[in-house]
Write a new protein. Structure first.
Length: 309
């Protein structure tokens, strides 16, 4: 197994204000190579992180009947509970993921015009009957959203664009906050926590409880363990940003092995606005992909993930 040394760098975001060009260059180098980096100095409060993990533990401990009332299959808007075995992230192997999850999107009220029109991925969130759950998750959602937009300022600088270039694409994003729970591996042949896949949106901000399992695929084909840096986000590039960059940045395949002990993580997937057109940016050369809206791309990937369920 290849080690992560040198492949997944650790970047200190607190240095960005004093050295925006230098931090942007280091971030860009990571995105061109592994497509992954660990981010310290991000400014998301420690208590906000601790509370969201605590609420995740409370949710996953609920009886299945209570979680089933919030099943993600009951809404077309990618919100709610994904039961164990309902997802196949590795579309080629057909391996069934051994995990459960809970999704929260942009929080909209039922009479929001976008909801009433049936706009793609514009629905209301569903919530368990747990005191403080909604408030905790929405507070964390806002912290992660703000950080994700700020990181796109550095990405724009690395591309030679104005730092605010991407901001209009994330004013009302299809961002998803996802709580994830993986049971201990059973030892069965071919078992997987989450199958090999790339992420769908622009960037992902991931926090874990420190239990190993996350791996990234190197260009050699080897699978590399992602190091755990306490308090740091694992940040990776998604397909939309890879398309925007015309493959300059890498949306790298990754997977989660069945853990030795129960594993929890919190992922924030920053997809762009539904009507944002994903096409090669200025100066990126001959486009390798046809333009597509953020909503159309996300729908195509989710349909593949839940195919057959």
């Amino acid at each position: 197994m290849t080690t992560a040394a040198g492949m997944i760098p650790v970047l200190d975001w607190s240095r960005y204000e004093d050295d925006p060009e230098g931090v942007s260059a280091r971030l860009g180098a990571a995105c061109r190579n592994s497509g992954f980096f660990c981010l310290t100095g991000h400014g998301v409060p420690e208590d906000a992180i601790a509370r969201v993990f605590d609420q995740a533990a409370r949710f996953f401990a609920l009886p299945e009947a209570e979680k089933a009332a919030l099943d993600i299959a009951l809404t077309p808007h990618n919100r709610g509970w994904a039961r164990m075995g309902s997802e196949r992230l590795d579309e080629s192997s057909g391996q069934v993921d051994r995990k459960e999850a809970f999704n929260v999107g942009l929080d909209l009220v039922a009479d929001d015009p976008r909801v009433l029109r049936g706009d793609p991925f514009r629905g209301v969130n569903v919530w368990p009957d747990l005191p403080g759950f909604r408030e905790t998750l929405l507070s964390y959602y806002d912290h992660a959203w703000q950080l994700g937009v700020a990181l796109h300022g550095a990405i724009a600088r690395d591309f030679g664009l104005d730092a605010g270039y991407f901001a209009p694409h994330f004013t009302a994003p299809m961002a998803t906050l996802r709580l994830l729970s993986y049971p201990p591996g059973s030892g069965a042949e071919g078992e997987i926590g989450a199958g090999a896949h790339s992420d769908y949106g622009s960037i992902t901000l991931l926090l874990t409880d420190g239990e190993p399992g996350l791996q990234v695929q190197a260009l050699s084909g080897d699978w590399i363990d992602v190091p755990h840096v306490p308090g740091a986000f694992v940040v990776n590039i998604g397909d939309c940003l890879m398309r925007w960059s015309n493959d300059l940045y890498r949306s790298t395949p990754h997977r989660v092995l069945p853990p030795a002990r129960a594993r929890r993580s919190v992922a924030f997937f920053l997809d762009p606005n539904p009507d944002s057109v994903i096409a090669a940016l200025p100066g990126m050369g001959t486009p390798r992909y046809a333009p597509i809206t953020g909503a159309a791309y996300l729908r195509s990937r989710l349909d593949a993930t839940y195919k057959g369920d």
